[in-house]
Ligand binder design. Sequence first.
Ligand SMILES: C[S@@+](CC[C@H](N)C(=O)[O-])C[C@H]1O[C@@H](n2cnc3c(N)ncnc32)[C@H](O)[C@@H]1O
Length: 684
Amino acid sequence: MSQEIEGFFKKFHENISSTIDDVTNNNFANLESNSKRVSYLCSLPCVKDYDLSNDVAKCETGGKFPVEKDVEKARQFKEEGNKAVQVGDWAKALHLYSQSMIYMPQKETEDLSIVIANRSAALNHLEQYEDCISDIKRSLSLGYPRHLRYKIYERKARCLLVLKRNQEAIVAFQDTLSALDEANNLNKEKRQKMRTDAKLMLEILNKGLVLAGRPKDPEPLKKSPPKPKLPGKHNQRYPAASEAVQIDYSETKGRFATATTNIQAGDVLLVEKPHSGVLLAEYAKTHCQNCFVKCVIPLPCPKCPNVIFCSDKCLDAAEKSYHGYECHILPLIWKSGCSITCHIALRMITQNNKEYFKGLIDELDNKPTGTYKTNDYRNIYNLVSHEDKRTKQDFLHRTQMTVFLLKLLEISGYFDGKPKKKSVDIEDIKTMAIAGSYAEDIALFGGLILKNLQVLQFNAHEVFELQCPKPKVGQNIIKHDGKSVFLAGAVFPTLALFNHCCDPNVVRYFTGPYIVVRAVKNIQKGEEISENYGPIFTTVPKEKRKIQLKDQYWFDCTCTPCEQNWPMYKDMTENYMRFKCDSDRPCPNVIPVPYDCKEFMVQCGLCQQYTNILKGLKSLQDTEMMYKLGRVAMEEGKYGDAMKKFIEMLKLYDATLAPPYRSFYDCVQDLRSCMLSMGNYCIV
Ligand SMILES: C[S@@+](CC[C@H](N)C(=O)[O-])C[C@H]1O[C@@H](n2cnc3c(N)ncnc32)[C@H](O)[C@@H]1O
């Protein structure tokens, strides 16, 4: 997950590294635990006395600091929103009122209630009735002025009518009538007209309800997408995976996934929420901080203008866990230029309280047994970190980052178990020293953060979203053929157990906060289920793949394409076909048969038996047409139909031919694209 931003942390790192003398360096190198490394660095005068405030003040990265709500800015956005309303540009009004909500301080309750009510009007015009009703509820809870309430009750009643929630609409019309009694500024005629209209609606609705036998109102529509389903049974020990997956272990490869049964291309193998995930700073005002989906109707954090949420549920979840602590330190994290991985390492702490970790600490070094749960920190702690292979330099750099993250934890109030109320001040970072009373916390959380940083190096995944072009006028089909955009970083504890192959047999995509892993090929029982860590054999030369994997993941790749020197896609020969030996004793051999071969029985060089290639060719004769039909369906955005064709083709190919060959990878690639269309997307 590469994301290099030049922030102030670099200067701190360079300064400390150049100040530390040989003796200190050697002392550090001799330390044997993460806790000791962090405690030692924290005790050095050059670290304690370091004044970060100048670096932060001068640093232009990540905007100004501190970042606070700003009533003037909020009012300005509101005025612009009102202007957009005057010219009927409701989409623009929605955006501007949302911006106003982001910056409006929580204490300006009346102003805030008015902006939200104004946004509800925009939502009503944009036919977003459920969201309009939610905003009205919010506005009322903030004390929207009584003399104006008739407007929003009436708006609510009309939305409920459209949603056919007639019983609720009756209540809303009754509320409108009561509120009209307090509408002092409304002229007599208008008030009378609204009263008559509301009474008429009540009469019609009541009569209709009696006639229909008082049916129950339909349930409000669910906003968040449904959780993707893992069909069939779950693996009992690893419930995020299907029972078609098991986790094996070998001395050389560590843990890895294998198939317990024959798996078909298209099968869903894993659905998992991240243990921890962090949105990149540049999407903080466009995507939900908690579940990473794009928010057109954002809910801002009530305390800071830094982040938005897609729903009350996400806002609540974030506020009750990590965001309570991160609220005011976020701008510092962003300004520091630390990577998203460092932020996840911190989030892995802030999302649970101090007591949670204190309760775990004694058992962390024992391999956890029992059900492997996504939210159990012990599983993360035990992921591969290659601690024994690390150099002193590597530890030193990561420990410096840990010290900075610990300082942020102190400022946030985490060590006291309560988020600090006031914003972070430049004075708070005049020194990097952490109060002596937190010595135990430094050892405990320093040790954990340093471990997290090591684990994340090998186990974090990029979360991406597909950016799709707008549908053409008159066409209602969204073509999911845009580009994938890196939005967030996250760690998925079960997926982190899958090893790499340069020819992977799964694809992953995201729906809401869930990662979904599906087979993109047929996988035989006992075969490894492997994902891809970056380099694919069809596009990257072997030497480059090996170097990249060794550099980033610290292993020597021995997958089949690497061991057997498989050609890249561009070099795959079109001169012969790779027939599987059709012998009655299973034979692993592949028989190369030239396209212009005149024989119909060819002999296997390994088992000496004959394979009927005519039979094989006959079974493949429809694949070309199937591929064309699959491509047409894809072009039309009918991804389900296209997938069926590609899956059928793979079955036929697998019965006769052995990869690598071009038409096989064309089919796999298109199947992969179809599956990606099931994931999160946004229209650009
Ligand atoms: C995300 S973890 C995969 C799960 C890991 N094997 C475990 O035991 O938890 C990545 C690490 O697994 C190992 N690994 C992944 N793919 C491998 C492969 N094809 N061959 C050998 N080791 C591999 C490397 O040590 C790598 O740093």
